[in-house]
Design a protein around this ligand. Structure first.
Ligand code: ADP
Length: 314
């Protein structure tokens, strides 16, 4: 028997749950398909329909009248709007010993842009110079601190490029910041990486490797390259430094699967975001890679009871 078929016969058949509210979403469908192709039992679970028994030493999860105790692994695909409940459900699975592809603690961390940047900066990962202030009295000084206009102003709660504004002059920067502060919105102010030319690089990290990467180029007259904002995706070759930066960023955040967004700056690759539920559609279409299949192989290697860093303690 050759080694390949030996590996196939020996592969453990796993029961894998996907925590997702959208069974028909591309990413969810692809994960189901890739798992079934590899012989696993796949089931999509709506996290908002899970209810929990938190009695001492017997963590349980119930779902539409049934006790869920069959899973070897869970793939969390928890939308930003349900982070609180979704991560509580995931934590309960972790306490039951189920292997989470990304741990609840890491997801919670990555959902807070400011906390993420603080964690990354502490570990020396390249970032755009970034400021954060509370009082309008400190705005002028903070703009100077990040290098002066032009600056990018970001709402901490924004996603998909909404709430990301480019202020080209000091006056514009001050008025936008004051307006956001007046609305009690939390914002961060960042050096504008003009030399990125409206492009960013999405690195898809699984385990300790970048398994696919694409460049996203903003539409004409736009600096935000989000595909939802009309950006175009294309394949690119990463430099070794970009690869290392992306892997390190995912590691610092404690994420096994991550979409790490990088800008190419004059001072090397800088991280703008680490996403814990990166979409599969854009990256699979742009690169032709079977990203869902790689995630399955990672699960096959890692799924063992209680194989987490925090065991839901975080
Ligand atoms: P979101 O999480 O809403 O997508 P991002 O911080 O990723 O917000 O910003 C959206 C887009 O704006 C990025 O993909 C990038 O193209 C552009 N961008 C963000 N920060 C900067 C910056 N400091 N300099 C230049 N362009 C930026």
């Amino acid at each position: 028997m050759n080694t390949k078929s030996a590996a196939t016969t020996e592969r453990r058949k796993l029961s894998i749950g996907i925590l997702s509210r959208g069974p028909s979403l591309y990413s969810t469908r692809r994960l189901v398909e890739a798992g079934r192709e590899r012989g696993h039992t796949m089931r999509v679970i709506n996290p908002l329909r899970c209810y929990m028994n938190i009695a001492a030493h017997r963590p349980e999860i119930h779902y539409r009248g049934e006790k869920l105790d069959e899973f070897d692994a869970i793939i969390p695909r928890i939308g930003a709007s349900i982070t609180f409940y979704g991560t509580a459900v995931l934590r309960q699975f972790e306490m039951m010993g189920v292997f989470p592809v990304n741990e609840s603690v890491a997801i919670t961390r990555s959902r807070d842009k400011l906390r993420s940047l603080q964690l990354l900066s502490r570990r020396g990962v390249g970032l755009p110079v970034t400021g954060f202030a509370h009082s309008p009295d400190d705005v002028r000084d903070m703009i100077g601190m990040v290098g002066g206009a032009p600056v990018v102003i970001k709402l901490l709660e924004g996603t998909q490029g909404i709430g990301v504004v480019l202020a080209e002059t000091p006056k514009a920067a001050e008025s936008v910041i004051e307006a956001f502060m007046g609305l009690k919105a939390n914002i961060l102010v960042q050096e504008f990486i003009e030399e990125a030319g409206g492009a960013d690089v999405r690195c898809f990290v699984v385990g300790d490797r970048v398994i696919a990467a694409m460049k996203r180029q903003a539409a004409d007259g736009e600096f935000r390259s989000n595909l939802h904002r009309g950006g175009q995706a294309m394949v690119i070759k990463l430099t070794p430094e970009e690869r290392a930066t992306a892997v390190r960023a995912a590691k610092v955040m404690g994420l096994n699967v991550a979409g790490v967004d990088i800008l190419r700056s004059n001072h090397g690759p800088v991280i703008i975001e680490v996403n814990s539920s990166p979409g599969l559609e854009g990256i699979e279409a742009a690169t032709g890679h079977n990203v869902a299949g790689v995630i399955m192989k990672f699960i096959e290697k890692k799924a063992r009871p209680h194989n987490t860093r925090t065991k839901g303690k975080g």
